[in-house]
Design a binder for this molecule. Sequence first.
Ligand SMILES: Nc1ncnc2c1ncn2[C@@H]1O[C@H](COP(=O)(O)OP(=O)(O)OP(=O)(O)O)[C@@H](O)[C@H]1O
Ligand SMILES: Cc1ncc(C[n+]2csc(CCOP(=O)(O)O)c2C)c(N)n1
Ligand SMILES: [Mg+2]
Length: 274
Amino acid sequence: MNAENYFISTFCSSKTHIGDDGAAIGKWIYSKDLFFENIHFKRKWLTPYQIGYKAMIINISDAVAMNAVPKYALLGAAMPKSMSLHQMDELSRGIRTAASEYGIEIIGGDTIGNSKLDLSVTIISHAANPLLRRGLKRGDIIAYTGEIGKSAKQLRYLMSGGSVHTQSRFVAPKLRQSFIAEARPYLRCGMDISDGLFSDIEKLCRANRMGVRFTKKVPKKIGCSGEEYEMLIAFSPRRLQTLRRIAAQNRTTITPVARAVRGSYTNRCKAHHF
Ligand SMILES: Nc1ncnc2c1ncn2[C@@H]1O[C@H](COP(=O)(O)OP(=O)(O)OP(=O)(O)O)[C@@H](O)[C@H]1O
Ligand SMILES: Cc1ncc(C[n+]2csc(CCOP(=O)(O)O)c2C)c(N)n1
Ligand SMILES: [Mg+2]
């Protein structure tokens, strides 16, 4: 077990709510993600507006991944004392733009001065029919939505001193809210792809105590690309055509990569955090 999973496991008990993209308590889902300077972004890569916007989108992603409608957000902001009021305005505008795109009200938070710009967001969302990580059955198809691999490519450009377009995946991820809402009845389980396709397939496998047999060769550059915020989904093979149609109606695609089998799966990508 890696250090991240070890730490998380210390909070798990027999009746744990931990293990999904968010915790489902009744019809409400609670989720949190951190967006920290020098871990998730460099300040020279993104404008304050883009930092605020992306911090919200990566958080909303966990709600969308559970087929939940985000309603409220609590915002933790640690900001360098050197930030001007104009930069704060821009950071706030990015946060507010993403919040209003998804109908979210910011209901509170906390603000401190710090050496870095770090944001922590709690999203409270509502789910009538949540999509969980558990529910996988033997023989199910495991697939991802859209295209993956771009985020890591754009990160490489940025790391080597280049710049990326304002609409690029790394700057402004696109979520699959309408697809998931329509596809939910045909899905067995799902989650968003934040760590990378292979790493998140491993999380899905662990949640279900199962393994996978790959049916498509996925290059490491694509399979290990993090911060894609596409969806990883699993479904019965007889649902493939229906799901392809729903995907097309929602301007995306589905790429099957594996089948669920007995056993376990461990990915070989470099870990992001520990
Ligand atoms: N510090 C922590 N304390 C308690 N629970 C945690 C902590 N860190 C993570 N978790 C929980 O562990 C589970 C697995 O987390 P995981 O990182 O896979 O979720 P995620 O938020 O979707 O991932 P990502 O950080 O890549 O977006 C989730 O239910 C999450 O809420
Ligand atoms: C400065 C800098 N260095 C590295 C990366 C790459 N990166 C950081 S965290 C992560 C996985 C998802 O994070 P989380 O587990 O928090 O969802 C990835 C791919 C970056 N974005 N910025
Ligand atoms: Mg997630």
